[in-house]
Design a protein around this ligand. Structure first.
Ligand code: MG
Length: 156
């Protein structure tokens, strides 16, 4: 078994869709990024490549590459999973924490879990997603952006 950790954060901006865990969430602001800004999937991908010693997400999908402009992050996740499978790894479980003051994540967690379990090729019971606020403290607390943490366990 190998373990991996990932973290990502993006800043809120106007004129962007808010996409987290592959789910488009109704909100007046979205996350600014070269890709679709899905901090949940970026944290998850970083945890996956970290677990198997493949560096970080930016090495595999450079932000300077126009190919990844506004890319659906689920495409990146499935690409990462192809790399893991090619190396003979499968995912045992993932645990994700979204740090956001707003909007509320609870109504969207089931849909996120379904997306991620499908892309990871595992049962939904192996994907845990939770959300927390920071009680007004820090950038997430001031609603300047959203952060996500991911921990994954993979089997060789
Ligand atoms: Mg990111």
């Amino acid at each position: 078994m190998r373990i991996g950790h990932g973290y990502d954060a993006h800043r809120f901006g106007e004129g962007r869709r808010l996409v987290l865990g592959g789910v488009t969430i109704e909100h007046h602001l979205g996350l600014i990024a070269h890709s679709d800004g899905d901090a949940v999937i970026h944290a998850l991908c970083d945890a996956l490549v970290g677990a198997v010693g493949l560096g970080d997400l930016g090495q595999h999908f450079p932000e300077t590459d126009p190919k990844y402009k506004d890319v659906d992050s689920r495409v990146l996740l499935r690409d990462v999973m192809e790399k893991l499978h090619a190396l003979g790894y499968t995912v045992a479980n993932v645990d994700l924490t979204i740090v956001a003051e707003q909007p509320r994540m609870a109504p969207h967690v089931d849909a996120m879990r379904e997306n991620l379990a499908s892309d990871l090729g595992i049962d939904g019971s192996r994907v845990n997603i939770k959300a927390t606020t920071t009680e007004g403290m820090g950038f997430a607390g001031r609603s300047e952006g959203i952060a996500a943490h991911a921990v994954v366990l993979v089997n060789e």
